[in-house]
Design a protein around this ligand. Structure first.
Ligand SMILES: *Cc1c(COP(=O)(O)O)cnc(C)c1O
Ligand SMILES: [Zn+2]
Length: 416
């Protein structure tokens, strides 16, 4: 149960039997990312509406027959996935999209979507007998790997840019990771991590290189479909850095189509920051993805050379979706709007999908009767400095009743 039957190169289509050392296609090199494919007939017998209705496993593991992990592989005891899908009708009506749902993946154990991928990556490392796991990260993949490794007593060696937000670095330190702060970009950290992993024989959880991460990330699509009672939404908006989340979402919907639990693919919309939009440019021009020099406040999607580009582009094209880029000010504005009207606090990349929805509505790319799901991919507490840029500092007062009254009159007259 839950064993992959084959790996298939997204670039050239060559198929391989899975083995622990096989990460990308030997013919295509690191850009030849691999799909994990299953015996879908068999899975459709194991994973049914009825089996899921009875399941009491409220985490990504409820979909084990569709995951590349053996049933007896040790897994993190932390609860990953099964995050809430909130119906946010009043915010939706305000922006012209009443049938709006927000999926808050900041609710994962280390507070980002990355936990879905780390949980599966770590299980694969355990199956291969390697208990030192490494990754390069803009921050969240790192804190996720570190936290989930800590939960199983495994070692993690982490490469992050020295400019990563302090809360993410604090998480790493608290989880006891071995950390290298690379004085360079994420793209440089990625290559350094990959080469060091080869020479030290560490298990590599790098995005795009490791084919099993998309399988973890696809669980969000499975949850969306199940929460919506097996009816596909019209559109799903998500922020894009390396392209693993968006590729994983497509794969999740694809797998559900294969086993007959869904009857159509939602349109998948990838949102990038204006200062870093290589995937969007590739979609616009129809050309292969070209590297860029990133410049955006949204650190988690500040990825100049997307490593999961093939899967990302396929997700958008094959689903009939599109790609957008939003300015940093819109991202900060999305943070404020979501916080104020829903109580969901997302980090900049976490709310970029929502900023994209607002832009798409302004541009007439979404009809008001469509059902839309937006993924919130990371918690705002991970980057408090950016949050403060979005909202400014609060007023101060001496501990004196008259002073307090003055502050209220001046700043909050609507409360009098
Ligand atoms: C990693 C990340 C993304 C982008 O995911 P990719 O798989 O790199 O495209 C978006 N938001 C947050 C909060 C992230 O941590
Ligand atoms: Zn290939």
């Amino acid at each position: 149960m839950g064993e992959p039957i084959l790996l298939k190169c997204v670039g050239c289509g060559r198929e391989f039997a899975p083995e622990p050392s096989l990460f990308t296609c030997p013919d295509c090199g690191p850009s030849g990312t691999l799909d994990v494919l299953y015996d879908y007939d068999r899975v459709s017998e194991l994973l049914t509406r009825e089996s899921l209705d009875k399941s009491r496993e409220f985490s990504i593991w409820r979909y084990l027959p569709l995951l590349p992990v053996a049933h007896d592989t040790p897994r993190t005891p932390l609860t990953v996935g099964w995050t809430p899908l909130y119906r946010t009708e009043s915010l939706g009506s305000e922006i012209g999209c009443p049938d709006l749902f927000l999926k808050d993946d900041g609710r994962n154990p280390t507070a980002s979507f990355k936990d879905r991928a780390s949980a599966v990556g770590i299980a694969k490392a355990m199956e291969s007998g390697n208990n030192i796991i490494t990754c390069a990260s803009t921050g969240n993949a790192a804190s996720s790997l570190a936290g989930l490794c800590a939960s199983l007593g495994l070692r993690s060696v982490i490469f992050v840019p020295a400019t990563a937000p302090r809360a993410k670095i604090a998480q790493l330190l608290v989880y006891g990771a071995r950390i290298v702060l690379v004085e360079g970009t994420y793209d440089q950290a990625f290559d350094l991590c990959y080469d060091t992993a080869q020479s030290c024989a560490w298990y590599c959880r790098n995005t795009g290189i490791n084919p099993y991460l998309s399988e973890g990330k696809k669980t969000a699509a499975l949850e969306i479909a199940e929460h919506l009672n097996w009816e596909a939404p019209d559109k799903v908006f998500v922020s894009v850095g390396d392209g693993c989340i968006i590729g994983g979402l497509w794969k999740g919907f694809h797998d559900l189509l294969e086993i007959g639990l869904l009857d159509r693919m939602p349109q998948i919309i990838g949102v990038q920051a204006e200062g870093c939009q290589p995937i969007r440019q590739a979609i616009e021009t129809g050309k292969p993805v070209e590297p860029v020099s990133p410049d955006t406040i949204a650190d988690s999607i500040s990825v100049g050379r997307p490593r999961d580009a093939l899967k990302a582009v396929r997700a958008i094209r094959n689903s009939g979706g599109f790609a957008l880029a939003v300015p940093d000010e819109e991202i900060l504005d999305a943070m404020r709007t979501l916080g104020r009207s829903t109580g969901i606090f997302g980090e900049p990349a976490g709310v970029t999908g929502f900023a994209g929805l607002r832009q798409a509505l302004r541009d007439g790319l979404v009809r008001s009767d469509e059902r839309v799901v937006v993924l919130i991919t990371g918690n705002g507490l991970k980057d408090v400095d950016s949050a403060l840029k979005a909202v400014g500092e609060p007023p101060r007062a001496k501990p004196d009743l008259d002073e307090i009254r003055k502050v209220v009159e001046e700043h909050y007259p609507e409360c009098l």
